[in-house]
Design a protein around this ligand. Structure first.
Ligand code: GTR
Length: 427
């Protein structure tokens, strides 16, 4: 009986989290909206060729996102990547992998800021091919949560207090080792010929509103105040991913032309923006990225622009506040973010119970980006309607809505691996 009650309470708690009150979850109440046209230039000209898209329209859209949504990297942010291998093993995970922990100093060896990258590479494929494709992405709670291997260092940076992980006093500890193994599926990746390179997002910018005084913001030498169009944390995390890519280009074991970028939730918003800013990422994947990620803002379904700007004032640029309760005025919408990934393969994943993130709005973004893929002679989502639960669709824009909650799980990874193997021509 007690067990029943507990299960009942858990169900209530998770459904409350999935649908905070005071927001719209009723499809019939989605306002009428008109999306900004992805293939019409600011002067009103119709974009008909790849050359026009690449040479003109893509840059316009990127600038609009920088100015109004994510913010731009200040010009005086300079980094020089100095990699130092902190730990290495050729016998990781029972002998199937090479593990490497690389510290990327961004300014000066031995000094903050730095990004600790945990890398696993499949030994057999590496021996056979000389370099291997990888998945990369930021993690929420530390590299030591991605694996149970005790050699992986517990970070000493700011950590979110989290009773599930046993993190308190803003410190991570041994107790959370391996707690995100399900979310990363390292063994599945290795078995399929992929490596993984991940880093803790707090190494780049701690996730709280601190007026940008820590993390990589110490590289920002200018004395001027941040402007409305300067970067928020999402753009900062994305910038950090690009610095990781700088490193991949120098690591001979990594096939840097076959790097698939992935991220969950706020880090899914981050992977989409990083993929838009940096075309070296060959495949871009977002899991349950929602508002400010793959979901269309104009639908105002679940989380809204005002809510996200209020709850997380540091994520976007200050100008994004101008669109609180005024989604119809944003000069872009999120389908244009997916379009910025073209012609590279992109994957959008939703979860059925994650209504807060507006699964339908996430699908429609992909659908509305199809026209840009078409310019390149490629098919995007292929289908015109959101598919049934657990039925993956799409050619260059993959999509699924799986059963279950807001998270990244085995089903998600199975689809990403299949998608990446197909697009990377892996036999
Ligand atoms: C929520 C936020 C979402 C999503 C999520 C997460 O509270 O409303 O936009 O980003 O956090 O990142 O876990």
């Amino acid at each position: 009986m007690k067990k029943m009650l507990l299960i009942f309470m858990l169900v209530i708690v998770s459904s409350v989290q999935a649908q905070p009150p005071g927001f719209n979850y009723d499809e019939s109440k989605v306002p009428d909206y008109e999306l900004p046209q992805v293939l019409r230039s600011l002067e009103g000209k119709r974009i008909k060729t790849v050359e026009w898209w690449q040479g003109k329209r893509r840059g316009e859209i990127l600038e609009l996102f920088r100015e109004h949504v994510y913010g731009r990297v200040p010009l005086d942010v300079k980094a020089e990547i100095i990699p130092v291998i902190e730990e290495q093993s050729d016998e990781a995970l029972g002998g199937i992998a090479i593990r490497r922990q690389v510290r990327l100093y961004l300014q000066e060896k031995g000094k903050e800021p730095y990004i600790d990258v945990l890398i696993y590479l499949p030994k057999l494929q590496l021996k056979r091919d000389g370099a291997v494709p990888i998945f990369t992405g930021l993690n929420f709670s530390g590299n030591h949560t991605v694996t149970s291997e005790k050699e992986v260092a517990v970070h000493e940076k700011w950590a979110r207090n989290d009773s599930r992980l046993g993190h308190s006093n803003n410190q991570a500890n041994e107790g959370s080792r391996g707690k995100s193994v399900e979310r990363w599926q390292v063994k599945m990746l290795l078995k399929n010929g992929f490596g993984l390179a991940t880093a803790y997002y707090g190494d780049i910018d701690p996730d709280f509103d601190d007026e940008f005084n820590n993390g990589v913001h110490t590289l920002f030498n200018s004395s001027r105040q941040l402007n409305g169009g300067d970067w928020g944390s999402i753009a900062t995390w994305a910038w950090g991913l690009s610095r990781m890519m700088d490193y991949f280009e120098t690591d001979g074991d990594i096939d840097h032309q076959r790097v698939a970028l992935t991220g969950l939730s706020r880090l899914g918003k981050t992977s989409l923006w990083a993929g838009a800013e940096d075309q070296r990422f060959a495949i871009v994947i977002s899991t349950d990225s929602g508002c400010g990620g793959a979901a269309l803002s104009r639908r105002m379904f679940g989380e809204t622009v005002k809510r996200i700007n209020t709850a997380f004032p540091h994520w976007f640029c200050d100008n994004f506040n101008n669109y609180n309760d005024q989604e119809e005025r944003i000069p872009v919408d999120q389908h244009m973010l997916i379009a910025l990934l073209a012609p590279r393969p992109a994957y959008i994943a939703s979860a059925e119970k994650d209504v807060w993130a507006d699964p339908k709005g996430e699908f429609i973004s992909g659908l509305e980006a199809n026209s840009v893929y078409k310019l390149f002679g490629k098919q995007g989502t292929v289908v015109k309607h959101q598919p049934a639960v657990n039925v993956p669709v799409g050619d260059y824009i993959g999509y699924h809505i799986r059963s279950g909650d807001h998270d990244a799980n085995e089903f998600d990874w199975q689809q990403y691996i299949k998608f990446a193997r197909r697009h990377f021509n892996m036999k």
